[in-house]
Design a protein. Structure first.
Length: 162
């Protein structure tokens, strides 16, 4: 009996799979404990939408994951952008970008320009903190340690307004 596993989807294919998204859902009582008032709305974006926002961040500029969520909420007329799926799709965009770079393609998503709240670098993106630090410093940013995390110094001055 063969125990072949299904071939793993590339990150680029995962990024392209919209899974019937985006969709706006009503925040339930259970969701309201973390995400707002019951009856408010939450947009669950399509992966490509997250990628498109990241691609608009110019060299030398930065964006926070919360700014991405706010932009998605505004676009879809929702109260908030889903924190979980937006983060997952930003991560998929980062990995798809790394695949494209490995293939020698130049049109890549600048995922290293996405920061967590407070200017913190996301250690889960490709290259980890060190890899992103190099890319950010190449664009003129200064990265400093802050406890166990790394942050972009004066990041607020470089935030993009999309």
């Amino acid at each position: 009996m063969s125990t072949k596993s299904k071939p793993r989807l590339s990150w680029q294919k995962k990024l392209a799979d919209s899974k019937d998204l985006p969709k706006v859902v009503t925040i339930t009582a259970k969701m309201s404990k973390r995400w707002g008032k019951e009856g408010d709305t939450c947009v669950i974006p399509a992966p490509k939408e997250v990628d498109e926002i990241i691609k608009k961040v110019p060299k030398g500029k930065l964006i926070t994951i919360n700014q991405i969520r706010e932009k998605l909420a505004k676009k879809h007329g929702a109260t908030i952008g889903c924190p979980i799926t937006t983060g997952i799709f930003a991560s998929i965009a980062a990995r798809a970008s790394e695949e494209r770079m490995a293939e020698g393609k130049k049109d890549i998503t600048p995922y290293w320009r996405i920061l967590k709240e407070g200017g913190v670098i996301n250690e889960k993106y490709p290259g980890g903190i060190e890899g992103q630090k190099k890319l950010l410093e190449k664009e003129g940013h200064t990265v400093i340690p802050k406890g166990k995390k790394s942050v972009v110094l004066d990041f607020e001055k470089c935030l993009v307004r999309l």
